[in-house]
Design a protein around this ligand. Structure first.
Ligand SMILES: [Zn+2]
Length: 327
């Protein structure tokens, strides 16, 4: 079974990363562009025979937003789309998109990754804190900047309006259609760019872990992610099915992964979360073990371990991972 591993901290030791991956049967660390500022990681991975999985954050760029604060997405609460570690650019910022296309193109041409994933390819929402069982009305989301308002009016013939920070129910379907068009079009541009730089590289798309009908079809009118269309123009959708963050169960996770598989007709990889995030509820070694076993039993397309830094801080959880090295 394929196994991939998210790594975030560029100061980790490349040799140690390679050694852990080899020991745990992980074939590809998932690295953001910051890992390729020099050749240390690339050289270590290539020498060891590991695959390079490059994760591209599409609308998440805090550095760009520091220099171009006008490019921030504006939320339904009238705020800049900045929450905790997340800083998101408005998807109607053509200048930003052109810049990203050039940057990613140069990087892919230089590195020739084995896999590519698009991350933060959506309108703003901090989904980690959204309760799936609550009404969708009061979820803070983007984008309500003047340019998005202008483009929505042009697309739909109606004004994008909020009443007490809430999108009218009657407007949600059309708003979803517009947002899905925007995100799908950007995905196509990214695909063209990848094909130009390194044709044939498998492309995956990370999506928020909501089923189509969740939160009054929020995945459409809040995030703009059209699972069916995105699935048809990529090698697979990877829903961020982090069970603990959302206070959910293994049953929920199975439902979600099966839903994405049925919608796209493609096998789905399974996220494995190791330590609590957002909520305080603990994740035991047994729970991690069962999540891995379940993904194997359900014949998922692969395991995505989330994430290296947390696993390295816990010797017992490392042992759980290593136990499945040959599966
Ligand atoms: Zn906007």
């Amino acid at each position: 079974m394929r196994k991939a591993l998210f790594v975030f901290d560029t100061s980790v030791d490349p040799g140690q990363l390679v050694s852990f991956c080899t020991q745990a049967g992980i074939d590809s660390p998932i690295l953001h562009p910051g890992f390729f500022d020099d050749d240390l990681f690339l050289t270590a991975l290539r020498r060891s025979g590991l695959k390079v999985w490059m994760n591209l954050p599409v609308f998440f760029d805090e550095g760009y937003l520091n220099d171009n604060p006008d490019a921030y997405s504006i939320t339904s609460f009238g705020n800049r789309a900045a929450y905790s570690w997340l800083h998101m650019v408005c998807p109607s910022q053509d200048k930003y998109i052109d810049l990203k296309l050039r940057q990613f193109h140069n990087l892919i041409k230089k590195i020739h990754p084995d896999y590519i994933s698009y991350d933060f390819i959506r309108f703003y929402v901090f989904w980690e804190q959204v309760e799936l069982d609550n009404p969708a009305d009061t979820i803070e989301h983007g984008c309500y900047c003047p340019e998005c308002q202008r483009r929505y009016l042009k697309f739909s013939g109606e004004r994008l309006s909020l009443t007490n920070r809430i999108v009218e129910r009657s407007q949600r379907e059309l708003l979803g259609e517009w947002k899905k068009t925007v995100i799908t079009e950007i995905t196509r541009k990214l695909n063209d760019m990848v094909n130009e730089a390194a044709q044939g590289t498998p492309i995956y798309i990370k999506t928020i872990p909501w089923k189509t009908a969740d939160l009054d079809h929020g995945i459409a009118w809040i995030s703009g992610q059209d699972i069916e269309r995105l699935g048809s123009i990529s090698d697979g959708i990877i829903p961020m099915a982090l069970t603990q963050i959302l206070g959910q169960t293994s049953h929920w996770k199975k439902d979600l992964l099966d839903h994405v598989k049925a919608t796209t007709g493609k096998e789905v990889m399974s996220y494995i979360q190791f330590e609590p995030l957002i909520r305080r509820t603990a994740i035991t070694n047994e729970q991690v073990d069962i999540e891995i076993q379940t993904a194997i039993k359900e014949k998922r397309a692969g395991l995505i371990y989330f994430h290296y830094e947390q696993i390295m801080a816990n010797a017992e959880k490392q042992r759980v991972v290593v136990k499945y090295r040959t599966v």
